[in-house]
Design a protein around this ligand. Structure first.
Ligand code: F6P
Length: 345
């Protein structure tokens, strides 16, 4: 078979592990030919391809990013985009396309499947907010990077009797903040799912600092966290929208820094982890999960499955309907946030 592969949306540690898994399983066990489409959906629209071979996918397992490159191109926002993809699938004699992406890339894949493109999706996002799978690869790496950063903020915060606000990624879902906050021992964690009450944040910090010998705190905030009362915190970011209509966020940590310092008198600093969370080498967990997803996607394709996504359910790799995966975002449930709250203040 001729198999197409693309990586779309924000890059994510483990993408190269998936590509390598697809190539090894496809070529060695099925005699497939693998065509890489570069720059996300831009590749099949503009027919930007590269062959994926055993040779050029050797030595990429530990590398961050994606050898195929990525973009946030939305084929449904480009004049004639869908037809161009259909034409280029035919021109390249692609039997099945494997898009590796998050809600946007796989949302487009689901719609393209309805237009006649054969697809098997692979879930990718550091945000871990894709439904249908317990975890996406890249998330574990991002959480570990954030946890290490929080550990570092602890020692400098403690040395200077400071409160440090650490901003992590998470536009609509606070999985990274929640896990990194729990793992890093955050004193308050704020996530988009549960709008925060600034008075409560202040009272947690004051309560903590009222204890003998405790003069520093760590606040972890997801970039998409919003205050209950709205106001200036709700308007951070530059208002710019990407091709999928998402606003670019950023700045909540700085806004919180000012508010905390002025209301408590505690010297406060903020730090934004940003793309550091997405760059660099994947953890062992993400290398293994990415490899398993890649192999499973090829197997599913040869089993005649289409319009599905490989997914981690418990310890097993399963297939779920793409439509199920992209229907609603997977957000942090209240019972998990309750666990984080045990450690507040
Ligand atoms: O794709 C996930 C993500 O990392 C989000 O957490 C973040 O809001 C967004 O991408 C940032 O996108 P970009 O790199 O395009 O600015």
């Amino acid at each position: 078979m001729r198999v197409g592969v693309l990586t779309g949306g924000g890059d994510c540690p483990g993408l190269n592990a998936v590509i390598r898994g697809i190539v090894r399983q496809g070529i060695n066990n099925y005699g497939d030919e693998i065509v890489g489409f570069r720059y996300g959906w831009k590749g099949p629209i503009e027919n930007i391809t590269m062959p994926l071979t055993l040779d050029n996918t050797r030595g990429i397992l530990h590398r961050g990013g994606t050898i195929l490159r990525s973009s946030r191109t939305n084929p449904f926002k480009i004049e004639g985009g869908v037809q161009k993809i259909l034409d280029n699938m035919e021109a390249n004699k692609i039997d099945c396309l494997i898009p590796i992406g998050g809600e946007d890339t796989l949302g487009a894949a689901n719609k393209l499947h309805a237009e006649g493109v054969s697809v098997i999706g692979v879930p990718k996002t550091i945000d871990n907010d894709l439904s249908g799978t317990d975890y996406t690869f890249g998330f574990d790496t991002a959480v570990n990077i954030a946890m290490e950063a929080i550990d570092r903020c602890h020692s400098t915060g403690e040395s200077h009797d400071r409160t440090i606000v650490v901003e992590v990624m998470g536009r609509h879902a606070g999985w990274i903040a929640l896990h990194a906050g729990l793992a890093g021992g955050a004193d308050v964690t704020l996530i988009p799912e549960f709008p925060f009450d600034m008075d409560e944040v202040i009272s947690h910090l004051q309560h903590r600092h009222s204890k003998e010998g405790v003069d520093f705190s760590i606040v972890v905030v997801a970039e998409g966290a919003v205050p209950k009362e709205g106001g200036s915190f709700a308007t951070v970011g530059d208002g710019e929208l990407d091709a999928f209509g998402h606003v670019r966020l950023g700045g909540i940590a700085q806004a919180l820094e000012k508010e905390i310092e002025s209301r408590t008198g505690f010297e406060t600093r903020s730090t934004v982890l940003g793309h550091i969370q997405r760059g660099g080498s994947p953890t062992a967990f993400d290398r293994v999960l990415g490899s398993r997803f890649g192999v499973a996607a090829i197997d599913a394709m040869h089993d005649g499955e289409r319009g599905k996504m490989v997914a981690l359910r418990g310890a097993d790799i399963k297939l779920v309907e793409l439509a199920e995966a992209v229907g609603t975002l997977k957000v942090v449930p209240p019972e998990l946030y309750d666990v984080a709250k045990v450690f507040f203040g």
